[in-house]
Design a protein around this ligand. Sequence first.
Ligand code: FAD
Length: 448
Amino acid sequence: MNSGNHEDPAQDTSYRSWGNYPRASHKKILRPSWMDEITGATLRENAPLLAYGLGRSYGDSCLNDGGTLLDCRGLDRILEFDVEQGRIVCEAGVSLGEILLVAVPRGWFLPVTPGTKIVTLAGAIANDVHGKNHHVEGTIGCHVERFELVRSTGEAVICSRTENAELFAATIGGMGLTGIIPWAELRLKKIESSLIEMDTVAFNTFEDFTRLSSDEEGARYEYTVGWVDCLSGRKTRGIFMRGNHATTGGLHTHPEKIKLNVPFNLPGFTLNPLTIRAFNTLYYAMGKAKGGHSQVPYDPFFYPLDKVNNWNRIYGEGGFTQYQCVVPETEVAAFQEILERIAHGGQGSFLGVIKKFGNVPSPGMMSFPRPGLTLALDFPFRGEKTLRLFSELDEVVAAAKGALYPAKDPRMSPRMFRLSYPRLEEFRKYVDPALSSSFWRRVAEVAR
Ligand SMILES: Cc1cc2nc3c(=O)[nH]c(=O)nc-3n(C[C@H](O)[C@H](O)[C@H](O)COP(=O)(O)OP(=O)(O)OC[C@H]3O[C@@H](n4cnc5c(N)ncnc54)[C@H](O)[C@@H]3O)c2cc1C
C-alpha cells in the first residue's frame, strides 16, 4: 500500500475517538486511496488491524491501541447513483453529509441518520446507527442493499440479505471486526422538500413524555425525540421535538454560513454543575417559549451540534463519555430510576436524549437498537467518580434486561457486553482473526 501511509516507530497518537477518552497509540496508520489497496495480505501483514472512519464513536470501538488503523477517508468516491430508484453506491469513506449534498437536490434523503452527518457510510453500517425515525424505519442496516467485504483469507465477498446473508448480518453492527467494507449500496428515501415541518412541545413529567411518544402519536410523525434536563430527576422536564418532511419549499442543501469552532480543549472547570444547570434551565425556557410549529431546513433539525466544529473540546483534556442504554418499554420504573440516579449524581452534562425505539427488527446480530426506551447522555470524564456512577447505572440496566451501546462506550464490563448482546457467541465465528479493536480486546476476548 502506498500514499501517505504512516509507519512511525514512535507510534501515532493523533487518531482519537470523539470522547477523547481513552487515548490510544497506533503502531501504524494505513491510508488507502483506492479500494484495491485493501487486500487479504493488507489485513494479515498489519494485524491486529481496525478500519477507522471519521472517529465519531465516543469510546474505544474505533481505536486499536498498539495495532494498525486503516483510515478509510481516502475512499471518498460516489460510484453510482440511480436517481430514478434512489440507490447509491459509495466507497466506504464517503460521509453521510456528502451523500446529502448529491441526494437532496435530486429529491432523495438518508433513510436513517444519526445526530451528526460527519460519519462515514461504512462507520454507520459498522455500528448499525439509528436516528429519530427508528420507530418507522428501524436502523440504517435495514436500508443497506449490499456491500463488499474483504477478509484476511483474501476473499472479497458480496454480502446482502440473499448472498452471504450470515456475514451480512454479522457485519451490520459488527464494529468493523468481520472484514473491511470497501464500498456499500444504500437505498435512499424519496422527499419532496428539503424542509422539515417541526413541532416543539415542552414536557414536565415522564407521563407527558410517554404520551408524546405513544404509537398513535408516533404514527403521525416520522421523527420524534425528547431532550431531557438530566438534573430534573423523576420530574423529567424536557423538550419534545417531532417532525415530518415538508412537501413545499424546494430541494436545497443548506450549507452552513457561519461555522463556530472550539479551537482548543477548554479548561476542565468550564463545565460544572452550576454552568450545566444554568444551560439546561435556559434551553428549557427557550424551547418552551419557542414551542409550536415551524418549517426548518433539515440541517438544524437533524444536526444541531454539527454547527460547532470540534464541540467535543469543551470538555477539556480529560475528555468525556456518553452513557447510552436501552431498556424494554415495560421497565419504565428502571428507566426513571436511571434518570433519578443521574440527577442525584449531578455529573451529567447539558441535555440527555430520550427516545422510544420502535419494533422494526435490527438486521445485525450485534445491533444495539431494540424495542424500548433509550437514553443517551454526555458526561465529562471524572475518573473513578464517573466510573462508579456508570457501574450503578449498569446494574439497573442489567436487572431490566437492557443493553449498552458500544459506539458510545469506553468502559463497559465484559459481563455487561455479554448481557447486552445475546448473540455474542454466534458473532465470534465471523470475527476476522486479523482484526481487533481496543474495545473488543477489553470486553470480548476475556468474556468467554
Ligand atoms: C454528535 C454525535 C451524534 C451521534 N448521534 C448518533 C445517533 O443518533 N445514533 C447513533 O446510532 N449513533 C450516533 N452517534 C455515533 C456515530 O454515529 C457512530 O459512532 C458512527 O459509527 C461513527 O462513524 P464514523 O465514520 O465516525 O466511524 P468511526 O467512529 O471511525 O468507526 C466506527 C466503526 O466503524 C468501523 N469502520 C469504519 N470504516 C470501516 C470499513 N471501511 N469497514 C469496516 N468497518 C469500518 C470501525 O472499525 C469502527 O468499529 C453520534 C456521534 C456523535 C459524535
